[in-house]
Design a binder for this molecule. Structure first.
Ligand code: ZN
Length: 309
């Protein structure tokens, strides 16, 4: 196995530093496909970086075919400020693909990824996380990538076309199989999610015949036919009723999921409930926190229409 670090130059910044992206290449001497793995396209999603680092250590002793090409930090500027968007131009890097060489800074980053990285990969896992506060757990795949999404091994799969301008949307346009792995965040259950991520990547390598063996996936996985985001109507202080354990249980329509109250008067201003008779929570905020109007508070699947796969 040959291991190389490669640098993809983006531009020179005002502070004099060169902005570049760092690619990790792990190349076997046996032919096979190239698996792309990327993280931190949103700068507040740091857990998947650790998943990729631990996986890079495992790769040293893994007898595999083909090549793994990793981009642990897709948006170094946003990682520096621990923000979802690039603070210099306020852009969401994951909405402006394929980017432009002459565009905004974020568009230049997207262009570098589209031209220097994506053409080299055959199959792609795009790692995301809940960010600083929320915790999330599900896999999103395209209709014809369902089997790939299943291989991540998470309990919930959601099959839908990704948003235009996202990296996954661009990959799909180029006919490259892609799964978006939404994993962990909020500093909760990190060991569990790291293990889940590592298992998921190895499952995909087995699926692609890059390594031998049977994929290790949950006995019961569900395809969520309906998945909705609940946003806060008003800003306030959020006081949750759910804990991280609720990610794996089904919550009824009458169960109060949490409230927000005014930090000024302490008056209760919003009560949150699941919209379905049987709600499966795939994103939640476990602790008391401030929330602004319009923030995603929960992502909830309908267990009555979910299909076991
Ligand atoms: Zn993200």
């Amino acid at each position: 196995m040959e291991k190389k670090l490669r640098s993809v130059e983006v531009c020179k910044l005002l502070n004099g530093y060169e902005l570049s992206l760092t690619l990790h290449e792990f190349k076997s001497n046996k032919p096979g496909p190239t698996l792309g793995l990327s993280a931190a396209i949103h700068g507040d999603e740091d857990l998947p970086i650790e998943i990729l680092r631990q996986f890079s250590l495992e790769l040293e002793n893994l007898n595999f075919k083909g090549r793994v090409l990793m981009l642990p930090v897709a948006n170094p500027i946003a990682l520096g400020t621990f923000t979802r968007n690039t603070p210099i131009d306020m852009s969401n890097l994951n909405r402006i693909f394929p980017g432009s060489k002459e565009g905004l800074l974020s568009e230049k980053i997207a262009y570098a990824i589209s031209t220097e990285y994506i053409p080299q990969v055959d199959c792609f896992l795009d790692f995301h996380s809940g960010g600083a506060v929320p915790t999330v757990e599900y896999t999103l795949t395209y209709p014809n990538n369902e089997e790939l999404g299943k291989m991540i091994g998470q309990k919930y799969l959601y099959v839908k076309n990704a948003l235009p301008g996202s990296m996954a949307y661009y990959l799909a346009q180029k006919n490259k199989p892609v799964a978006i792995v939404e994993i962990g965040g909020g500093g909760r259950n990190n060991k569990y999610y790291i293990k889940q991520g590592l298992t998921g990547i190895k499952n995909v390598m087995k699926y692609l015949k890059m390594i031998d063996g049977e994929p290790n996936i949950l006995e019961k996985q569900y395809n969520l036919k309906e998945l909705i985001s609940i946003r806060s109507k008003n800003g306030g202080i959020f006081n949750p009723n759910l804990s991280i354990g609720s990610m794996h249980s089904v919550v009824s329509k009458s169960d109060l999921l949490g409230i927000t109250y005014s930090p000024y008067t302490f008056e209760e201003i919003e009560h949150f409930y699941g919209p379905f008779n049987r709600n499966s929570i795939v994103l939640l905020k476990e602790d008391v926190c401030r929330v602004e109007s319009g923030e995603v508070m929960f992502m909830i699947g309908n267990m009555d229409t979910a299909e076991q796969i």
